[in-house]
Design a protein around this ligand. Sequence first.
Ligand SMILES: Cc1cc2nc3c(=O)[nH]c(=O)nc-3n(C[C@H](O)[C@H](O)[C@H](O)COP(=O)(O)OP(=O)(O)OC[C@H]3O[C@@H](n4cnc5c(N)ncnc54)[C@H](O)[C@@H]3O)c2cc1C
Length: 781
Amino acid sequence: MTFLLILLILLLAAAAFVLSNRDLRTRHLSRPLYQVFRRILPRMSDTEREALEAGTVWWEGELFRGRPSARALHAIPAPRLSGDEQAFLDNEVETVCALVNDWQVTRRDQDIPAEAWDYIKTHRFFGMIIPKEYGGLGFSALAHSAVVAKLSTRCSALSVTVMVPNSLGPAELLLHYGTDEQKNHYLPRLARGEDIPAFALTSPWAGSDAAAIPDHGVVCKGEWQGREVLGMRVTWDKRYITLGPVCTLLGLAFRLYDPDGLLGDAPDLGITCALVPSDHPGVEIGRRHFPLDAMFMNGPTRGRDVFMPLDFIIGGPDMAGQGWRMLMECLAAGRSISLPSSYTGMAKLTARAVGAYTVVRDQFRTRIHKFEGVAEALARIGGHTYLMDAARVMTAGAVDLGEKPAVVSAIVKYHVTERGRIVVNDGMDIIGGKGICLGPQNFLGRAYQQLPVGITVEGANILTRSLIIFGQGAIRCHPYVLDEMHAAQAADPEQGLQDFDRAFWGHVRHTTTNALRAVGHGFTNALLARPDTTVAPEMARYYRQMTRFSAAFATLADISMLTLGGSLKRRESISARLGDILSQLYLISAVLKRYQDEGRQAADAPLAHWAIQDAFCRAQDACAGVLANFPNRPLAWVLRALLFPWGRPFTAPSDALSMAVADAISQPGGARDRLTRGAYVPRDPAEPVGAIEAAFSAVLDTQAIEARMREFEKAGRVPAADPRANVRDMAEAVHAAGGLTDDELQRLRARNALRDRVIAVDDFAPDFQGPSNTDTTGERS
Ligand SMILES: Cc1cc2nc3c(=O)[nH]c(=O)nc-3n(C[C@H](O)[C@H](O)[C@H](O)COP(=O)(O)OP(=O)(O)OC[C@H]3O[C@@H](n4cnc5c(N)ncnc54)[C@H](O)[C@@H]3O)c2cc1C
C-alpha cells in the first residue's frame, strides 16, 4: 500500500514536472498529440470557416468561460435613445402607424396604402442604417430596433416593409464592401426610397443550406452600354424574396465561375453578390407569393443567361467570390435586430391589449384576470415579454458598441421568436373567440397568423437551434477550441505546434478548473459563489446560480466535445440542448441587466423573478436532457451526481408569483407601462386597441360603483322578476330598484358601451362583401 502511494506521488510529480517544463511538454506530449490532431481533424470548407470566423464574441464568451462577472455585466453601458431618435418614434413612427389599418391592408388593398409608402420613403424609414452623410437617418441599432418593434405593434406588413431594407441586404453590404462609386450612387437613393432594395439568396433547391445555391454566373465578355466589357452571364431562380415584387434594386447571390481564366487561374471563384437594377434586361420579377395572408411584398425572381458587367459586383471585380464571407460578416447585425424587435413588438401589443381585456371581460360574474387559469397565461405573457425586451435592448446595445455578435444574434433570433409565439398563443387563448374571428375589431389574429414567418426566415428556427447556436457557438465562443483548430490546420507545422501547445494546455487548465468549480458549486448549491456588491440583494441568488450553471455548462460543453468529437455535429439534439443552456444564461443576464439598469423597480420585480426562474428551469431541463441522452452512460451518471447532487435547484414560478405578474400587466401602473413602452396605442376608441384602453380606464374608474351595485344585488334588493337583472343590464335593474343614482347609472352606461365595443366581434354578409357590422366608416372591407 505504502509502495503504491509512493508510486502515485512519484508519477504525479513526474507529470507536474513535464507539464511545467515547456520543452519537455512540447517534445513528449504536445508533439504526438498535435500529430494525431492534424490527422483526425476534418478539413474545414471555406464556407464553414467563413461562417465560424464571422462576427465577434461578446458577453456569451464570458458565459462560455464559466465565470460571468456581475460587475462586467453591469459595466456594459445601458443603451439609450438620442433625443432625435426618441422624437422620430414619437412623431414619424406614430404618424405612419396611424396611416395604416391592418384590416384594410389585408382585405381591401393587399398592400400598405400609397400614402404610407410615400411617407416611409420621404421620411427615410428605409435609411435608418444609412449614415447621415449619405442622406440616411444614421440611427443607432437601439433606435432601429425600437422603430421595428413599434411598427410591429400596429401592422406586420408595415414593419416587414421597413425592416427588410434595414437588415442584411444591399444597403448593409454596400456600407461595408461597396466601392465609393457604388456607395455614392446607391446609398442616397436607398435612403430617400428612390430605390427599393431586395436581397435574393434562397433558391428552391437550397433554403437552409444556402451556400449550396445552384444559381451561377460565368465570366465572359459582352456588350454593355455600347462597349465590349468583361462581365458575367448569370442564371438564377430564387423564391421567397421580400420586397422582390416591387424592388428596383435586386441584390443577387450566385456562384461565379471563370472557366476561361479571364480573371485569374481560379475556375470556381465562389459565391458572389451583385446589385442588379430590376429593369436590367432579362430580370424577371413582379409575381407575388401569399405568405400566410401577409401583405408585405414577397415573391420569386428569375433570370437566364443575363449579361451584366463585373461592376455590378458589390465592391467591384475584386470582391468576386467573396459573397459568402460578406453575408456571414454582416448577418449578425440584422439578425440581432429585425426579428427579435418585431416579435417583442407583438408581445408588447399582446401584453398591453390582452392584459386590459381581462379586466374588461367578465365571465361567471368575475373579471377573467382573477381566474388562476387566466392568470397563469397572463404570467407567461408578462414574464416572457419582460425577458424579450431585455434581450432586444441588450443585444441592440452590443451592436451599438461595435460588436457583430454572431452567436448572440442566433440566440435572440431563436429564443425571442419562440417566446413571441408562446405570448401571442396565450393571448389568443385568453381572448377566446374574439381572437379567432378576423375583422376590423380583431387586434391579435393577424399577429397570430404571422408567427410562423419569422420562425422560418433568417435561419429557420430548428436549424438555428440545432446547428448554429452551439454548433458554431462552441467553437466560436470557446476560449481555446478555435485556436486549437487553427493550429491543427496551420501551413507551418512548427508554428502550429507552438500555437497548439499553448491552446491545448490552456484548454486542459480551463476544463479542470471549471469542472472543480462546477462540482463545488453543485455541492454547496452555489452558496459560496459570492456575487459582486453591486447586485440587487433580491437578485443575488440568481447571480450565484448563473455562475454555477455557467461553470456546469462549460464542463458539459468540454466533456461533450471531448467524448463525442466530430460526431457532436450530427448529434443535433445534444448540441441543441447545450445551446439552450448557453441561451438561457444569456437571456437571464439580459433580465438581470435590465432590472439593474432600470433602477431596480420594485413593481417590476415579479416580472424579473418570473422570467429568470422560468429561464433557469429551461436551462436545468436542458442540462438534464444532455445527461439523459449522453452516449457514455457511466460518465453521465457521474456528471449528474457531481453537478446536481441535490437534484434540480429551481422549480417553476409559484402560483403566487404568477398572480403577481398577472396583476402587474392587468392593473394600471408603472410595471404595465414600462413593459409595454414603445407600443403604438391609438387613442381613438373606434380602433380596437383604443377601445380596450378606453374601456379599461372606464372599468377601473367605476370599480367603487360596481362594488356597491354587486352588494345591492347580493342583498337580494333587485326584484327577481326584473328581466334586466342579467349580466348585460344589471345596472339598469339596480338603478330601477334605487341602488344607483342617475349619475352613477350614466357612468355605468358609458362604461358598458365601451365594454360592448371591446367584446364585439365582426360579422359580414355571406359573400364577405361590404363592411362588417362594427365598421363605422361604411367602407367596403
Ligand atoms: C416570408 C418569407 C420571406 C423570406 N425572405 C427572404 C428574402 O428576402 N431573401 C432570401 O434570400 N430568402 C428569404 N426567405 C427564405 C428563408 O430564408 C428560407 O425560407 C429559410 O432559409 C428556410 O429555407 P426553406 O424554407 O427552404 O426550408 P428548408 O431549408 O427546406 O428547411 C426545412 C426544415 O429543415 C430544417 N433544417 C434544415 N437543415 C437542417 C439542419 N442541418 N439541422 C436541423 N434542421 C434543419 C429547417 O429548420 C426547416 O425546419 C424568406 C422566406 C419566407 C417564408
